[in-house]
Structures are given as structure tokens and as C-alpha cells.
Design a protein around this ligand. Structure first.
Ligand code: BES
Ligand code: MN
Ligand code: ZN
Length: 499
């Protein structure tokens, strides 16, 4: 689907969306439609429960007096209260309605609303963002879908007084959306297509945007002593990989980078501590953290962010086999710390232990944020609405929480404390890779913290509950969400970019 911005004009085909405010107050475009249709808008409003709320729509089919398939009365609520996210949701719902109705083209009229937080161009740009995000679909393997079942919408035109201004606001946002789509695609791909080497290859394409990409194979990682990461991959036929992506966009090329580290388990069977069959297919998205890191790095590079940023992703496949690591094995991590692997299904933390250490040793980051589909326990704690946030630094936690509210990618802070840390002490090695029955997400985070240098601000996002959505949301169709790309892009834009 394409989006375009144009001057206000009544469309001559397709669907036409016009705004209605709280209390059924007509926007200028809606009043014009009301006149053109000799009262169809008022009649429809009177015959319905539609009040003009920001999540409401009312469809008037083939109204006389307008050459459109349908008029979509679109609730704009109280525009003074609407946030960028609200307008994105309006754009997303519009796309869903147009596809459900079978329209190939749609137009939505935007105007400047008195008292609104966003100007006309910003509103138009956010509607465009929401429309693009909602029109995402992963259908490349569906060769037999009937045309009449495919989404119909080809073009959405957003009309406003100053289309050029909207284009300008939309440009960087559009690049972030592109990156969200890249991440969603990577997460959606099955594990026979995306495995460590192919995911590393995908990351390598960022070099086209000026990102310096390096890929380490097992030989190099062995030389570096990455026994924790390598142990997870040793049962797989696929070679483990570690990828670093560097974007140097800051005025000061020596400025300490912001560092993002991602868990990239391209498939998690659990290993010898094998998972039950039901639902195991979900573990194709156990590389979600790494795909988000790729997406964030891509977004920063594409919009030439004035920041130094580094992405590090540890890519492995966790398989059971004759060469797989066994429960009870003791591995030595790159940091020198030893780990008793009591459960081979607690593998993400083993991968991150070496990826985090490598990132700190090589790039001395000013701040480090990791993302991982790390624990089922975080879904028990927070459900699917918030990612779990763990941090050793209050300012960093606040920055991430604020960026979450601004993007709708919400995070909720969870505790770290020495008493939790003791739960992963082992009599056989420096630590074990699982805690007890309780507080599973916290003991996982404590494990990671043992691989963070003293004094480095660090945050861990457990995204197990938010990486895949089982239902359609206004700007997120069912499936891969790319949760984290927009959050971290905003986090950088707000706090780490010197304009
Ligand atoms: N990748 C899983 C966590 C997960 C579960 C992500 C469900 C998304 C949906 C992780 O590697 C795992 O298996 N964690 C175990 C840890 C346990 C063995 C301590 C878990 O959560 O059960
Ligand atoms: Mn696992
Ligand atoms: Zn896993």
C-alpha cells in the first residue's frame, strides 16, 4: 500500500474518510460531505450510536451526491487530547476498514483542529505511519490465496492544506516504519529460512546504509573464549554467529556509543531439556531481540541519526543432538566466569552473557540495553501489554519508560536485588543458569547483571510477552510486532542524539 499527501479535494473514486469530533461535531470536510449528500451524514449519525469517539467509525455506503464507494465517518474525539499514537491508531483502523470493505483506494481529509497538540502536517504524518504499520502482512509463502481474499487497498491519500509539510514530517518516520517492517519480516520467517548464518547475512545488508557490520563465526568465538554462547549452539548443524553493527553518526566520532544487544536464538527446542511439542513452533521467534537490534540500527542509519550506536547480536540454534550440551555441563564464559548449565532451555542468558561481555570489552558503551525473549515467567507477570524492564540505573529506567509511553511500546520496571542474585549461586561453578521456581524473570535478569561491568548503565528488556501478537491491534496486525524498534529509536532520539 502506498500513502500520498495531497491538497484538499473531494475524491472521485474509492472510499472517503472525514472526521467527526466528540459530540458529533462535524469537521469542515464532514460538513462539506453533509452538503454534497444533502444530509446523509446527519441522517446516518441519527440512525447510529456513533458519538465521534477517537476509536469509532461509521460507514455510509454509496452516498448520493458523492462519487465514492463509501463515506467513513471517522471519530477524532477531542482533538486537543489526541496524541501522536491516537492518530496512528486512527490511520491503522482506517486501513483495516478499507481492506475489510474491499476498497482499492481511500482518501482521508485532515484539517487543523483548534487546540490540538499536533498541527495538520503532524496529524497527517501520524495517520500515514499508522496506516503503513497496519497494512503489514507476511504472506510470501501463500501461493494459493484467492485474489478476493487478499487485502485490496493499494493507495491511501491524506489531504491537507500543506502536503509538502506533511511529507517532510513523514520522511524520518517513514524510515522507522520501513525498519519495523524489516524486523517483522525477520521474526515471521520460519527457522528453516532464518538461522544464524542467514540472519547474519540479513544484518550485513545494513552496510548499504553506512553501517559497519562484522560477523564472527565459531572459530573466532572459540578463540575469544565464548564458551557460554558456543555451548548453546553446539548441538546444532548450523554454525553460531556473532554480529556487530556500528553506526557512527555523532559529531564527535569518539563519543561513547549507545549499545543494543539482542538474543538471537533462531530456534529454541529447549535442547536436551526439550520443550513440549505443543506450541514449540513459536520458538522460531526466539530471535526477536536480535531482529529488533537490526531494526533499530537500520532506523538510526536510515535517518542518519546523530549518535554513535552499536548493535551486537548472538545468533545460535538450540537443538538436541549427540553433540548437544547436557544438563550439568559447566561452561566458561568469555568473562572467565563459569556456569553450571542445569537446564539447557535457559539458553538465552548464556548467549547474552558472552554477547554482553563482548560488547563492553570492544566498544566501552556509555549505556547498554539488551532485548531478549528470555522467560515465559515475564508473560505470567505482565501478560502481553508490557515488556519487563530491569535496570541498574534509575535515569536509564525512566528514559525507557518515557519512550515506551510515547511510542505505545510499554515497559514495566521489575526489581533487581542481592537476595535474588544469591538464588543463582552454584556449589559446582560460579553460578547456575536457573534459579528456583519463583521469580524466574528476575533471576534471569540477575544472571545477565553478572556480566555487566561495574559502572556501566544497563537495562534489560524481557520481550517474551510482546514480540508476537495473537490479535490484531490498531497499528499491529496479528503476528510479529517488532516491539522495541520504535521504543529504542525514540529513546535515542530523545536522550542520546545531539542535533
Ligand atoms: N525462549 C524461551 C522463553 C519464551 C517462552 C519466550 C515463551 C517466548 C515465549 C526461553 O529460552 C526459555 O525457554 N525460558 C525458560 C527458562 C526456564 C528453563 C528457567 C522458561 O521461561 O520456561
Ligand atoms: Mn529456552
Ligand atoms: Zn529461548
Amino acid at each position: 500500500m502506498k500513502v500520498a499527501f495531497a491538497k484538499p479535494e473531494l475524491p472521485e473514486q474509492g472510499a472517503y474518510a472525514v472526521g467527526v469530533l466528540e459530540g458529533r461535531k462535524l469537521s469542515a470536510a464532514a460538513s462539506q460531505a453533509e452538503k454534497a449528500t444533502k444530509g446523509a451524514v446527519a441522517r446516518a449519525l441519527n440512525a447510529s450510536r456513533f458519538k465521534g469517539g477517537k476509536d469509532e467509525q461509521l460507514i455510509v455506503l454509496a452516498p448520493q451526491g458523492l462519487n465514492v464507494s463509501r463515506l467513513i465517518l471517522t471519530g477524532f474525539g477531542n482533538p486537543a487530547k489526541l496524541t501522536p499514537q491516537d492518530f496512528e491508531a486512527i490511520g491503522g483502523r482506517l486501513v483495516a476498514a478499507l481492506n475489510a470493505a474491499g476498497d482499492r483506494e481511500g482518501t482521508i481529509a485532515i484539517e487543523a483542529f483548534a487546540g490540538a497538540q499536533l498541527n495538520e502536517a503532524e496529524i497527517a504524518a501520524r495517520i500515514a505511519v499508522g496506516a503503513r504499520l497496519r497494512s503489514y502482512r507476511f504472506d510470501k509463502y501463500r501461493t494459493k490465496e484467492k485474489p478476493e481474499h487478499k487485502p485490496t487497498l493499494k493507495k491511501l491519500t491524506i489531504t491537507l492544506q500543506d502536503p509538502a509539510a506533511a511529507k517532510k514530517v513523514f520522511e524520518p518516520l517513514d524510515k522507522v516504519v520501513d525498519s519495523v517492517i524489516v524486523t517483522r519480516d525477520l521474526v515471521s520467517e520460519p527457522a528453516n529460512i532464518i538461522y544464524p548464518e542467514t540472519l547474519a547475512r540479513e544484518a550485513s545488508t545494513l552496510s548499504g546504509l553506512g553501517v559497519k557490520v562484522e560477523v564472527l563465526g565459531e572459530k573466532e568465538m572459540k578463540r575469544l573464549g565464548m564458551g557460554a554462547l558456543l555451548g548453546v549452539g553446539q548441538g546444532s548443524e548450523r554454525e553460531s554467529q556473532l554480529v556487530t553493527m556500528q553506526w557512527n553518526g555523532a559529531r564527535d566520532p569518539k563519543a561513547k556509543p549507545v549499545c543494543f544487544v539482542g538474543k538471537g536464538v533462531t530456534f529454541d527446542t529447549g535442547g536436551i531439556s526439550i520443550k513440549p511439542a505443543a506450541g514449540m513452533e513459536d520458538m522460531k521467534w526466539d530471535m526477536g531481540g536480535s531482529a529488533v537490534v537490526i531494526g533499530v540500527m537500520r532506523a538510526l542509519a536510515a535517518r542518519k541519526a546523530k549518535v554513535n550506536a552499536v548493535g551486537v547480536i548472538g545468533l545460535v540454534e538450540n537443538m538436541p543432538s549427540g553433540t548437544a550440551q547436557r544438563p550439568g555441563d559447566i561452561v566458561t564464559s568469555m568473562s572467565g566466569q563459569t556456569i553450571e548449565v542445569l537446564n539447557t532451555d535457559a539458553e538465552g542468558r548464556l548467549v547474552l552473557a558472552d554477547a554482553l561481555w563482548y560488547a563492553q570489552e570492544n566498544f566501552s558503551p556509555g549505556v547498554i540495553v539488551d532485548l531478549a525473549t528470555l522467560t515465559g515467567a515475564i508473560m505470567v507477570a505482565l501478560g502481553t501489554e508490557h515488556a519487563g524492564l530491569f535496570a541498574n540505573d534509575d535515569t536509564l529506567a525512566e528514559q525507557l519508560t518515557a519512550a515506551g509511553k510515547e511510542t505505545g511500546e510499554l515497559v514495566w520496571r521489575m526489581p533487581l536485588a542481592p537476595a535474588y542474585d544469591r538464588l543463582i549461586d552454584s556449589p559446582a561453578a560460579d553460578m547456575k543458569n536457573i534459579g528456583g521456581r519463583y521469580g524466574g524473570s528476575i533471576t534471569a535478569a540477575q544472571f545477565l547483571q553478572r556480566f555487566i561491568h561495574k559502572g556501566t548503565p544497563w537495562a534489560h528488556l524481557d520481550i517474551a510477552g510482546v514480540t508476537w501478537s495473537d490479535k490484531d491491534k490498531p497499528t499491529i496486525p496479528k503476528g510479529a510486532t517488532a516491539f522495541g524498534v520504535r521504543l529504542l529509536e525514540q529513546f535515542v532520539a530523545r536522550g542520546y542524539e545531539k542535533k
